[in-house]
Design a protein around this ligand. Structure first.
Ligand SMILES: Cc1cc2nc3c(=O)[nH]c(=O)nc-3n(C[C@H](O)[C@H](O)[C@H](O)COP(=O)(O)OP(=O)(O)OC[C@H]3O[C@@H](n4cnc5c(N)ncnc54)[C@H](O)[C@@H]3O)c2cc1C
Length: 263
C-alpha cells in the first residue's frame, strides 16, 4: 500500500514567538522548527500500516520553505521512504486554500492508496487543509481518527465525537486525519538517522507540479492576515491567608463568591 503523509513544520511549541515588524507575520529568527505533532502521529500510523502489510511505500509531502528539508530528514529517520518539499518564491504569500490547492496538485503526480494528515496544525490552527485536499481530489475524508483498520480495499476508522466515538468505513483511496490518542510516535534510532541521509528528498517548484505562477502570489489570496496581537498577559494569582485549613477554605469560598462570582 502506498501512503502519503501531509506534514507541516511548525515552530516548537515551547519557543517564544515574536510578532514581526510588519505586524502580520511572526519573526522566524531563532525559531526552532519541528514536525506538527499530529503529523508525527500520521507518519507513525503510515509506518505501522506498512510494517503490518510487509510492503508499500511511505512518502511525506510538505509545502513550505527550504528549512522544511531538516524536518523531512527527521521523518525519513523515523522510517519514511521519501520526502517531497514543494517550495517556490510565489508561495511567500499563502493561505489555507492555496496550501490545499498546491498539495492536491502535487498529489496528482503521486500514486497513493491512502493519505494521512494531522487534523490541525498547532500554529495556524485552520483545521482546513485535509478537508480541502480531499475535496480537490474527490476522495472520501475522515477526521479525528483514533484507530484504523484496512481490509479488502476499505478503511474502517474510529473517530472521536463528543462524549464518545463513532466507527465509520469508506473505500480506498481516502484521506484520514489523526487525532490525539491514535499512537505514540517512535523516536528515530541512530542507525535510521544514518540511513535517512541517503534517502531522497525532492524539492519541487510550482511549475514542476504543473501549476501556473499566475494563479499564485499576494493577489491570489482569498484571506489575508491584517494584524497579529499577543494574548493578554495572565493576571498574577492571589494568595490565600489563614492559619488553618478551615480559615483558608472560608476565604477561598468568599473569593469564589465575591470575585469569581461562580458560587
Ligand atoms: C488568513 C491567513 C493568511 C495567511 N497568510 C500567510 C502568509 O502570507 N504567509 C505564510 O507563510 N503563511 C500564511 N498563513 C499560514 C498558512 O496559510 C497556513 O499555515 C496554511 O495555510 C495551512 O493552515 P494550517 O497550518 O492552519 O493547517 P491546518 O488545516 O490546521 O492543518 C491540518 C493538517 O494539514 C496538513 N498541512 C497543513 N499545512 C501543510 C503544509 N504546508 N504542507 C503539508 N501539509 C500541511 C498537515 O497534515 C496538518 O496537520 C496564513 C494563514 C491564514 C489563516
Amino acid at each position: 500500500m502506498d501512503i502519503v503523509v501531509l506534514m507541516k513544520q511548525v515552530p516548537d511549541t515551547s519557543a517564544l514567538i515574536r510578532i514581526g515588524e510588519d505586524k502580520v507575520s511572526i519573526s522566524t529568527e531563532d525559531v526552532k522548527w519541528v514536525i506538527n505533532h499530529y503529523d508525527e502521529m500520521a507518519v507513525e500510523e503510515a509506518l505501522r500500516i506498512k510494517e503490518q502489510q510487509g510492503k508499500g511505500k511511505v512518502t511525506v509531502l510538505t509545502v513550505g520553505k527550504e528549512t522544511a528539508v531538516a524536518t523531512l530528514r527527521t521523518v525519513l529517520a523515523m522510517g519514511a521512504d521519501e520526502g517531497i518539499l514543494i517550495s517556490d518564491p510565489a508561495l511567500e504569500a499563502i493561505d489555507p486554500q492555496i496550501t490545499a490547492k498546491v498539495i492536491a496538485a502535487a498529489l496528482k503526480n503521486i500514486h497513493f492508496d491512502l493519505i494521512i494528515a494531522g487534523h490541525r496544525a498547532v500554529d495556524d490552527d485552520a483545521y482546513f487543509v485535509p478537508t480541502a485536499v480531499a475535496e480537490y481530489l474527490s476522495i472520501p475524508f475522515l477526521s479525528m481518527v483514533i484507530r484504523q483498520e484496512i481490509k479488502e480495499g476499505k478503511i474502517q476508522c474510529v473517530q472521536t465525537v463528543k462524549n464518545g466515538s463513532m466507527v465509520v468505513e469508506t473505500e480506498l483511496p481516502a484521506l484520514i486525519a489523526t487525532q490525539r490518542g491514535l499512537n505514540e510516535p517512535r523516536y528515530p534510532t541512530m542507525l535510521n538517522i544514518m540511513k535517512a541521509k541517503k534517502k531522497s528528498v525532492e524539492i519541487k517548484t510550482l511549475s514542476d507540479i504543473g501549476l501556473s505562477l499566475e494563479e499564485f502570489g499576494p493577489n491570489a489570496l482569498k484571506t489575508k492576515i491584517t494584524s497579529l496581537t499577543y494574548a493578554p498577559k495572565r493576571k498574577a494569582g492571589e494568595m490565600i491567608d489563614g492559619e488553618t485549613v478551615g480559615e483558608k477554605a472560608t476565604q477561598l469560598v468568599q473569593l469564589l463568591r465575591a470575585k469569581a462570582v461562580i458560587l
